[in-house]
Design a protein around this ligand. Structure first.
Ligand code: ADQ
Length: 504
């Protein structure tokens, strides 16, 4: 669409996300700040470098004066101020572990049998979203772009409008949006849909997610009128208008490519390859989560070495898992299940000098992660469902010699952009995944280069800055969405339209 060009400094940015980009850790002399992990923070962190703003998020702790002081110190030293939202243990259990992780996360990843629709969770979702809205309202300046991130905070715009903040409210949904046959199970389905329509702009990762959202609207918000404008859709309801688009999130390609080109990283990659005795390296890198398909991947690797003895001593899987949501029992069980599978495979197939699966369960520093990306001949990225999956993009960006093979789940959002260069697989189809690894080991260097060049060109072009700029211009998107004859008054119309008290 015409409005989506580079224009990064137009509005100050007020980012609202569940977690801040830093977490609080116990140091020897009290709490200290450490970088947070996970895709949302990896994606947004580059944006902190070249623009000013405020980031509102949960610290992961109850209210602690030392934590407030640490964040104030950090904010004084950087262009982005970090403003904390606190939760006590009970709120955390109901809002974060409960509604976010026992309802929305499994349901939106099509795993409805894992959901626990506890009615109390909903009340906490609303009250904590209101708390985030109050914090944002207290920090907001009139021309700010208030940019809310992810499924935990889908009801923040409703809170903001009740507080009289009604302009440039954008929301980006990092995870998949399910189709109506799954979404309909949510007891609060109409409430969530209408809360999203309180934003001016709602962004999804892919056209698949946008299509699902619109199908849900058609089914559950009958009065919504849906029209298209260029690449976007306009949702009109009495008294409000929302622009809905697909904005696939990217990475800072140059940062990954330059980091991976560094001599120390190249040397470390060579050392890793030597440590693995020259075997072909297949790499998985994931946050610990049942949606990432790690047990299914291990089963496919097991089948591969069971059915292809010629690969024994010639191939190893390196599975790196960053700890995540460790206090939720289901995640502890998943960790144990992965450890069991790894030991079974190694116990059954391993020989002196050959460990089939190397398992690393910790967060890696960036240079170490890049060394793994550089060392790996094949990236095996097989989530059962994923909003995007940044690891797939990071692997390709780090392949500075244009070699290597990406095997990617067709259910990752990244598959929509990367299907021409990757080998796409159904992660539930164990035999097909095993065979995909086999074909990757046989892929001639010329074909690898041709595919990897395509992948890298697309990831370089559709990078994180392009994604950010499309949101920074959300008022222009809204202006373009106004009826043609009224385009000159579009911004004023938007400003008045969503006053508190208007139908919501
Ligand atoms: P995540 O589910 O966290 O993100 P993903 O996109 O794969 O998933 O990002 C994971 C991030 O963690 C990557 O940047 C990766 O480098 C990093 N990481 C993984 N293992 C690591 C390790 N051991 N050490 C250090 N870093 C590690 C959510 C959605 C995704 C969506 C992103 C961004 O679930 O679908 O792509 O947000 O929108």
């Amino acid at each position: 669409m015409r409005g989506l060009v580079m224009n990064k400094a137009k509005h100050r940015m007020l980012i609202v996300s569940n977690r801040l980009p830093v977490t609080i850790e116990d140091g020897s002399e009290g709490p200290v700040l450490a970088p947070s992990s996970g895709g949302l923070v990896t994606a947004l962190r580059p944006l902190l470098r070249d623009c000013a703003g405020v980031w509102i998020g949960w610290t992961g702790t109850d209210r602690l004066p030392q934590v407030e002081r640490l964040l104030d110190d950090y904010s004084r030293r950087s262009s982005f101020a970090l403003k904390p939202v606190f939760m006590n243990a009970e709120e955390r259990a109901s809002f974060y572990s409960g509604f976010s992780n026992e309802v929305l996360w499994p349901l939106f990843h099509d795993l409805q049998s894992r959901c626990n629709f506890n009615p109390g969770y909903w009340d906490t979702h609303i009250s904590i979203n209101r708390r985030f809205a109050e914090k944002a309202a207290a920090e907001a300046q009139p021309s700010d772009l208030i940019w809310v991130h992810d499924y935990h905070l889908m009801s923040v715009a409703t809170g903001l409008r009740k507080l009289g903040i009604g302009e440039r409210l954008a929301y980006f949904h990092h995870i998949p949006f399910p189709g109506p046959d799954i979404f309909e199970k949510l007891p609060w389905r109409e409430e969530i849909l209408t809360a999203l329509l309180d934003f001016d702009v709602v962004g999804f990762q892919t056209l698949r997610d946008r299509r699902n959202f619109v199908s849900c609207l058609r089914q559950f918000v009958k009065e919504a009128e849906i029209t298209s404008l260029g690449d976007h859709l306009i949702i009109d309801e009495p008294g409000r208008r929302t622009v809905v688009g697909a904005f696939p999130i990217g990475i800072d390609f140059e940062e990954f490519a330059m980091g991976a080109s560094h001599r120390d990283v190249a040397e470390r990659a060579e050392q890793l390859a030597r440590d693995l005795t020259g075997n072909r390296i297949v790499l998985g890198v994931d946050r610990l989560d049942y949606t990432k398909g790690i047990p299914e991947r291990l089963a496919a690797f097991r089948l591969l070495i069971e059915t292809h003895p010629d690969l024994h001593r010639k191939i190893s899987l390196v599975q790196v898992v960053v700890p995540s949501r460790e206090d939720i029992p289901e995640y502890g069980e998943l960790k144990a299940q992965i450890q069991r599978s790894v030991s079974e495979i190694n116990g059954h197939f391993g020989e002196p000098g050959w460990v089939p699966v190397h398992y690393i369960h910790r967060s890696l520093e960036r240079p170490e992660l890049l060394a793994y990306y550089r060392a790996a001949d094949i990236a095996l990225i097989t989530p059962l469902k994923d909003g995007m999956n940044l690891v797939a993009k990071e692997y390709c960006a780090s392949r500075v010699n244009n070699d290597g093979v990406l095997i990617l789940s067709e259910f990752a959002g990244a598959a929509f952009q990367l299907h021409r260069g990757a080998i796409l697989v159904n992660p539930y189809h164990t035999r097909a995944v095993a065979e995909a690894i086999r074909s990757a080991t046989l892929m001639p260097p010329a074909e690898q280069r041709s595919r990897m060049r395509k992948l890298r060109a697309r990831i370089r072009r559709e990078n994180i800055y392009r994604w950010r700029d499309s949101f920074c211009q959300c008022d222009e998107i809204i202006a373009e969405s106004a009826p043609r004859e009224a385009a000159h008054v579009a911004i004023e119309v938007v400003a008045c339209r969503k006053k508190p008290g208007n139908p919501a």
